[in-house]
Design a protein around this ligand. Sequence first.
Ligand code: ADE
Ligand code: ZN
Length: 339
Amino acid sequence: MTDENSIDAFIRGIPKAELHLHIEGSLEPELMFALAHKHGVELPYANVEELRNAYQFDDLQSFLDLYYAGAAVLRDEDDFHALTMAYLERSHADGVVHVEIFFDPQTHTERGIAFATVIDGIRRALADGERTFGITHRLILCFLRHLDAADAMRTLEQALPYKHAIVAVGLDSSERGHPPSKFEEVFARARREGFLTVAHAGEEGPPEYIVEALDLLHVARVDHGVRCEEDAALMQRLVRERMPLTVCPLSNVKLRVVQRMQDHNLKRLLDRGLCVTVNSDDPAYFGGYVVANYQAAQRGLDLSRADIAQLAANSIEASFLPDAEKQNWQRKITAFAAV
Ligand code: ADE
Ligand code: ZN
């Protein structure tokens, strides 16, 4: 390992999964400008630097406004392939061995891009990434919660021909005012069709939204979930059920869910026995990929090697891999951490 210090080399080298990543949120400014040029799209920024400087957010919505505007440069299948390949290359360099990727079809179908264009480009890259880097993958379709439930249902219907390629459905976008209960029927239909379910809950929204995600949407994981600490009974339930939370430390600081990394509850949740994991959310916008998230949390919260190893083990436990593959990775994590 080059000149990385030893905890950083440990973070990078330990096998881990990423379970909370919006592929549209991995669109780096350089690729955004290249695709804008390719398609003759005008961006309201003079250059990459000016765009990067605009990445200062007050809350989730101020980020989402930029994120949806940026996604407008993604137009053909090759764009989605390039986007996904770039993400896999960076993740491979970060020691990520398995990814479970969100995509937001409505962000694209609303602009007249075919569902097939989006998913075919992403899937081709996932297959290429597995061949090139050995990274395994699952795909999760997220509904945009600021749109109505009927729109989500139409999107689910568009996804049915791709059922075999999509492991789960999820829920993202503006959380406040759009509780999980709004999508109960869509998620019930998705479960009948054989999809697993996940949902963003308790990022900006109250702990009641986490309870709704569990009771009404029957989620297998909660995305973010960091506001669970405000409800003692919920905390006990999450521990008892070993319900995974896909936590995104840099995102939480950038979107002011917490003011400073030192204030983040990741370590407290880990110490309470919750199955917390570390993920990058929208790495092109929030200042880094998986390793950067582990490093920022390690520094801010003084995480030990044992904490890092537990977080990596949790990421495999919380994944949708088959048990035999999970056991294989857990053995590798244990062996890596023992050296
Ligand atoms: N879409 C992309 N990133 C998101 C986040 N952090 N929360 C909700 N929706 C999102
Ligand atoms: Zn997210």
